[in-house]
Design a protein around this ligand. Structure first.
Ligand code: GDD
Length: 343
């Protein structure tokens, strides 16, 4: 037996899973990662972090497989659980609201219940990944933990339900569960379904001679974009407190998709000149006049959140958490990583 602390990370193959595993292994945890297909875990993401069978284990388990998950939780009896498994793509939630609800709400709530049923609540702490999406379109207001929640798509609804259930269970049973309202957080490991990675990949593809213009939806929405590496540090800090609470993790600064595009292309040495308006707007290379960006109505959303902006002062005061990566550093890192990969 070892007195090493143990953590169970669901959704371990995702972007946040990679950074969190690296952080936990660095702190000497025994890390147990689960996902639907752990063969997809990319070990190269762990960089130089030390791992071996004793410290890091992977298990195939779908978060919605309640019996399988219960067996694992009972056997591992983790000190900390980070519930990162999610269907996290807003447009997919519009196409498949039922599955989104099953993964993000039903399975999340059964995981919480499981800890109580197993009588682990004195021992096991849980971080529940929630989202700025629960606040809906707050018309650019600066959001805090007490801002009104008005989810406006099935993804946001599912996150909201998990949040409501977890705070109720926390009050009823004393379960140590923290909800982290994570604002958009990105990295070179982001899936291409999200706009930032779609842009960085397009810049790289163009640099190696690709000719297809990048097709985007609304260029003027603004997002509070941070780096995933910073956000997983907040997850860990939030479980080290004496009392559980809920926290916003955000940078307090937002930028438009248009700014992201301009900065990303600038990183590869191209300046964009915008021409036209609405659906006919397009971005051209200011020197060569090549068409780099165009608008595609398929990527517009029925109920768009025009801007998000978070106030993470509570996390700063109580957890001493602050985002370390600037917007410019984030965009540069993503673009350079994709340029390197495609070289
Ligand atoms: N995906 C995508 N593709 N988004 C586009 C595009 C496009 O071609 N063009 C414009 N956008 C706009 C979207 O309409 C949205 O306003 C914004 O870019 C960001 O979209 P996403 O990158 O898909 O992220 P998201 O804001 O919907 O959701 C992400 O952040 C949430 C808050 O942290 C996801 O990670 C959620 O799971 C997360 O909860």
């Amino acid at each position: 037996m070892t007195d090493r602390r143990s953590a169970l990370v669901t959704g371990v193959t995702g972007q946040d899973g990679a950074y969190l595993v690296e952080l936990l292994l660095g702190k000497g945890y025994a890390v147990h990662g689960i996902a639907r297909d752990v063969a997809a875990f990319d070990y190269s993401r762990l960089g130089n972090t030390r791992y071996d069978a004793g410290e890091f284990r992977l298990y195939n388990c779908d978060i919605t497989d309640e019996a399988g998950l219960r067996k694992l939780v009972a056997a591992i009896r983790p000190d900390e659980i980070y519930n990162l498994a999610a269907q996290s793509h807003v447009p997919t939630s519009l196409a498949d609201p039922r599955r989104t609800m099953e993964i993000n709400a039903t399975a999340a709530v059964s995981l919480l219940r499981m800890i109580v049923d197993l009588e682990f609540q004195e021992h096991t702490r849980l971080f529940q990944a929630s989202s700025s999406e629960v606040f809906g379109d707050a018309s650019g207001a600066v959001l805090t933990e007490s801002s009104p929640m008005r989810p406006c798509n099935p993804y946001a609804e599912s996150r909201y339900q998990a949040y409501v259930a977890s705070t109720r269970l926390r009050a009823e049973t004393g379960l140590f569960v923290v909800n982290g309202f994570l604002f958009n957080h990105e990295s070179p490991y982001r899936s291409a379904a999200f706009v930032t990675r779609k842009i960085s990949l397009a810049v790289a593809s163009r640099a190696r001679g690709g000719r297809a213009p990048l097709r985007l939806g609304n260029l003027d929405v603004r997002r509070d974009w941070g780096h995933a590496r910073d956000y997983v540090a907040g997850m860990w800090l939030s479980l080290q407190r004496d009392q559980p609470d809920d926290y916003i993790f955000a940078t307090g600064e937002n930028h438009s998709v248009r700014e992201f595009v301009e900065f990303a292309f600038a990183t590869a040495g191209r300046r964009i000149r915008w021409q036209g308006a609405g659906l006919h707007e397009a971005g051209h290379d200011a020197e060569t006049a090549e068409r780099l960006v165009e608008i595609d109505p398929a990527f517009f959303r029925p109920h768009e959140i025009s801007a998000t902006l978070g106030d993470a002062s509570k996390a700063l005061q109580e957890l001493e958490w602050r985002p370390r990566t600037t917007f410019e550093e984030l965009v540069r890192e993503m673009v350079i990583s994709d340029l390197d990969r495609t070289r």
